[in-house]
Unconditional design. Structure first.
Length: 184
């Protein structure tokens, strides 16, 4: 009888530990999912606000330089004006980087000037955005970045948003922001 009692006590202990571990994992999944959804929703709103603030200048920029070379795009005075406007808008925000793509998937503006001219047409998030869909994704520190195939240094939310002159117009390009969400 004593052996049976010990067996049930050990089995109960193992059952309680396994149940507790499963509850912790389940709760973590729910918490991370909720934080991710909240972060992505707020990042989409921030992206819309930034895009709406520079939309006329940006649409003109995309139409003017749609088929130009990266050197021409970098040297164009409108690129500098757009950079200044976006720099002022992202001051005191958690926006880390902004990239703008034309209809061909070429980066025509980036807060990192080295990226201007890169072709990202194979990027599935860009492909969805150029078709008119907003795409947002949380990228964890030291994990594979499914959008750009690189490893990021920070926890970021990337949002790709189509650029149109107005809702009835065709998509002229894609506006992408990276927002630091380490605080989440």
């Amino acid at each position: 009888m004593f052996r049976l009692l010990r067996f049930y006590a050990i089995a109960s202990l193992i059952g309680v530990v396994v149940a507790a571990l499963l509850l912790v994992v389940f709760y973590r999944q729910i918490a991370v999912g909720t934080i991710q959804e909240l972060g992505e929703t707020s990042n989409i709103a921030l992206s819309r606000t930034l895009l709406n603030s520079v939309r006329p200048l940006l649409v003109e920029f995309l139409v003017t330089l749609d088929t130009e070379s990266p050197e021409t795009i970098r040297a164009h005075p409108m690129n500098r004006r757009l950079g200044e406007a976006l720099s002022d808008l992202r001051a005191d925000t958690s926006v880390v980087k902004i990239k703008i793509y034309n209809r061909r998937g070429v980066v025509v503006y980036s807060t990192d000037p080295i990226q201007v001219g890169e072709n990202q047409s194979a990027n599935w998030a860009w492909q969805r955005a150029i078709q008119g869909q907003i795409t947002s994704k949380l990228i964890y520190r030291d994990t594979f970045n499914a959008f750009d195939s690189v490893t990021e240094d920070d926890n970021l939310i990337q949002t790709y948003q189509p650029v149109r002159a107005d809702p009835e117009q065709p998509v002229r390009g894609v506006f992408e922001i990276y927002t630091d969400v380490n605080h989440l």
